[in-house]
Design a protein around this ligand. Structure first.
Ligand code: GAL
Length: 406
């Protein structure tokens, strides 16, 4: 154990040394990035999550109605639709995968009626497709559905089980807890994962109740900042706003999580889903698809596969873009990217078309800077833009750009 801890420390030190020159010499060094580097040292420092995770999760569309066939078919569909190729790699099973008891040795057991082949064989299948498998547990006595045990008091044993099954990602929920400090309960699982012998992405899901942005970066790779998202405009916009408050805490290795994507589930218009995806990408949120990928619509596939928008999310600088101007239903969101470029979203949250302007002073450019403006949804360029960027934007729609100084 001491050897493992020693190795982890060395790895972290090397990582820190590698990151420091980047931060010092990069085109745009922001305050957030500098402090991000200072906070880089973490307990669960296994090199994962250097960019936000991308994948799929069963909860938003299927809730408890899941089985191994669905997981296999989803892995197949991620590959056949091209979504795997643009970066969606995690296939994450949410609540309800297990029996409501532990075996005689105290191990969690996959539900015989729905996962008869077991999680290990599912992991083999998913890995065979070049993807990774995620699973779900809870820092309490039972999961939120109350259909299976939680991991409280069994952290080491369950982490060992997950590692032995070949699991790559753990979402860790917060239901049925004894009222004790989440920081302690989540730290225990973090250490257990670190000692499990496998690199496992650790996603904290305590719904933002104890301000995890302020402490979770030393424990996990992402932390929910909000309650559950629902497939509606109001739910999506309020999650975006709640998450925005914590922007300065995001960094490579640890991300704010405003909950999973609803794109493709049918409750919002195509333009609303485009806004949802643009803001999640800009905010460096985990991009976890929440629809039925096996029967995904063309519109949803076009949104989720936009590799120019995905590139903003996966940018190596890792600074969360945020809301910089708002009022009267129109908003400008922006954030720096590597190489001195800037990502901008002009978002119309009002009920009629509006003209929205981002002034250079709002988005961190000096007034004399001349840029090429790349429209990431129209896939077109406007050269020699100076001082401000203006567009007319339909109700509930957005325009998203990357500005490159010429
Ligand atoms: C909630 C969690 C959801 C989902 C659900 C499962 O607490 O926020 O994302 O995991 O539990 O029961």
């Amino acid at each position: 154990m001491a050897r493992v801890a020693g190795e982890a420390t060395m790895t972290s030190l090397l990582l820190l040394l590698l990151l420091l020159p980047t931060a010092a010499t990069g085109g745009r060094v922001t305050k957030g990035w500098e402090s991000a580097v200072e906070r880089r040292r973490s307990v669960l420092d296994n090199g994962l999550g250097m960019t936000p995770p991308m994948g799929w999760n069963s909860w938003n569309h299927f809730h408890c109605d899941i089985n191994e066939q669905l997981i296999r078919e989803t892995a197949d569909a991620l590959v056949s639709t091209g979504l795997a190729e643009v970066g969606y790699q995690y296939v994450n099973i949410d609540d309800c995968w297990g029996e409501n008891y532990r075996d005689s040795q105290g191990n969690l057991v996959a539900k015989q009626s729905t996962f008869p082949s077991g999680i290990n064989s599912l992991a083999d299948y998913v890995h065979g497709k070049g993807l990774k498998l995620g699973i779900y547990s809870d820092a309490g006595t039972q999961t939120c559905s109350k259909t299976m045990p939680g991991s409280l008091g069994y952290e080491d044993q369950d982490a060992q089980t997950f590692a032995s099954w070949g699991v790559d990602y753990l979402k860790y929920d917060n239901c049925n807890n004894p009222g004790t400090n989440p920081r302690e309960r989540y730290s225990k699982m973090s250490s257990a994962l670190q000692n499990s012998g496998r690199d496992i992405f650790f996603s904290l899901c305590e719904w933002g109740v104890d301000d995890p942005a302020t402490w979770a970066s030393s424990i996990g790779h992402s932390w929910r900042t909000t309650g559950d998202i629902f497939d509606s405009w109001d739910s999506m916009t309020s999650r975006a706003d709640e998450n925005d408050k914590w922007a300065s805490y995001a960094k490579p290795g640890g991300w704010n999580d405003p909950d999973m994507l609803e794109v493709g589930n049918g409750g919002m218009t195509t333009e609303e889903y485009r806004s949802h995806f643009s803001i999640w990408a800009l905010a460096k949120a985990p991009l976890l698809i929440g629809c039925d990928v096996r029967s995904i619509s063309e519109d949803a596939l076009e949104i989720l596969s936009n590799s120019e928008v995905i590139a903003v999310n996966q940018d190596s600088l890792g600074v969360q873009g945020k809301k910089v101007v708002w009022g009267g239903g129109t908003e400008v969101w922006a954030g720096p990217l590597s190489g001195g470029t800037v990502a901008v979203v002009l978002w119309n949250r009002g009920s009629s078309p509006a003209t929205i302007t981002a002034e250079w002073s709002d988005i961190g450019l000096s007034s004399s800077t001349v840029v090429n403006a790349r429209d990431l949804w129209a896939h077109s360029d406007t050269a020699s833009v100076q001082g401000e960027l203006t567009a007319t934007v339909d109700s509930h729609a957005c325009k998203m750009y990357v500005l490159t100084p010429q």
